[in-house]
Design a protein. Structure first.
Length: 381
């Protein structure tokens, strides 16, 4: 379904729409990469844990990557024993360990202390490894850098090599990039790890390259396939990747409607029936999302504002060929990842309805009501 049809045919506004065709396109591309390289693909459900998305994805992936007990439970429900569940998170509560090792096939512990606590409960139920911080950064912005100074993410590679855990772990997990569109960082990270670890790779059952790569936007995958094949042949390890945004990012749209227009200090302001609270990364990272119909050379500009009382509830300034009108619908694209999962009801504004769209239909799969809002804040009695 094209965006213009989606824009005019979606029954309600605001709406979060998942384009099934875009989702399948991303999954099929990863399936080809998996076949060519021999890697194993895990959908990182933290990007969008909608069960309809997970159910569709599970036929194209080996399993799911999770970051909490609740995500692990949901992954287990959807997979129903037909796939693997990999967990990595800085925070595992002591009272959650027993259930996590019974649900998760693999756990990449975030610290040596966490590894020791999990191993005590494990009894060979789960394959336990470590998340390592290779101490090599590829981002100038510390907000996006898992290997930043004083990082909370992973065991310092030097601490790992100087301890005894390297001789007992089953696997190694690393994640060094954000939104990468080439494999340079992956190759450099592996080169450093191999130079430091040497034959210690031979004791591992698996390597997890983590997430952060936009696989569908990387034209040449030959180097990736060669590296994976070489590691598998040389050390007999399984290689896992954990795409999230790469699967759902382009498949999500936030549809909204202009509900007011006025001038402020000589600039046109259009208030929408949505807000950055429906796409919190706009405010978190001061990011301006892509808007369908934005024309950089357009004669008319407008500051698109959310409907809450937060002064910074702004999507940004966009340009159009015609002035915006009350009642006009707009669509933000490529918002499938980390938007709906972070959305909130600040000011009591409702969450958007959720739809799945394909060539034939747009069907609503989730609608929130006042009762949902009330239940969230209703005290137990």
């Amino acid at each position: 379904m094209d965006i213009q049809t989606l824009k005019h045919k979606t029954p309600t506004s605001p709406a979060f729409v998942v384009n099934e065709n875009e989702l399948l396109k991303a999954l099929q591309a990863l399936s080809i990469l998996r076949e060519r390289s021999g890697c194993k693909v895990l959908y990182s459900i933290k990007s969008l844990p909608l069960t309809v998305v997970m159910a569709l994805a599970k036929t194209y992936v080996e399993g799911f990557s999770v970051s909490s007990l609740f995500e692990a439970r949901l992954a287990n429900e959807i997979l129903a024993g037909q796939g693997t569940i990999h967990l990595t998170t800085p925070g595992i509560r002591p009272d959650e360990i027993k259930e996590l090792v019974s649900i998760c096939s693999h756990i990449s512990c975030n610290s040596i202390n966490q590894y020791r606590r999990v191993n005590l409960e494990n009894q060979d139920k789960s394959s336990i490894g470590l998340r390592v911080n290779p101490k090599i950064s590829f981002s100038d912005d510390p907000r996006y850098d898992p290997c930043r100074q004083f990082s909370k993410l992973g065991v310092d590679i030097n601490d790992l090599l100087n301890g005894d855990s390297i001789n007992t772990i089953k696997g190694l997990h690393f994640h060094t990039v954000f939104a990468a569109t080439q494999y340079t960082a992956l190759f450099q990270t592996l080169t450093k790890l191999r130079s430091l670890m040497g034959e210690k790779f031979e004791v591992l059952d698996w390597l997890n390259f983590g997430g952060g790569y936009f696989y569908g936007q990387i034209a040449d995958n030959e180097g990736f396939c060669q590296v994976v094949t070489q590691l598998r042949d040389e050390f007999g390890v399984d290689i896992y990747i954990e795409p999230g945004n790469a699967i759902v990012g382009k498949a999500g749209y936030l549809l909204c409607t202009v509900i007011d227009c006025f001038n402020s200090d000589g600039k046109a302001v259009a208030v929408l029936d949505t807000s950055v609270n429906h796409h919190p990364e706009v405010f978190e990272f001061q990011r301006q999302p892509e808007l369908v119909g934005h024309d950089p050379t357009g004669r008319y500009s407008a500051l698109l504002a959310g409907s809450t009382c937060l002064a910074g509830d702004l999507f940004g300034e966009y340009r159009f060929n015609q002035p915006l009108q009350v009642g006009e619908r707009l669509v933000f694209k490529h918002v499938g990842a980390y938007s709906l999962v972070k959305a909130n009801r600040f000011n009591g504004y409702n969450l958007p309805d959720v739809y799945m769209a394909n060539e034939d239909q747009i069907r609503r799969i989730k609608q929130y009501s006042y009762e949902d809002y009330r239940q969230q804040w209703l005290g137990d009695s």
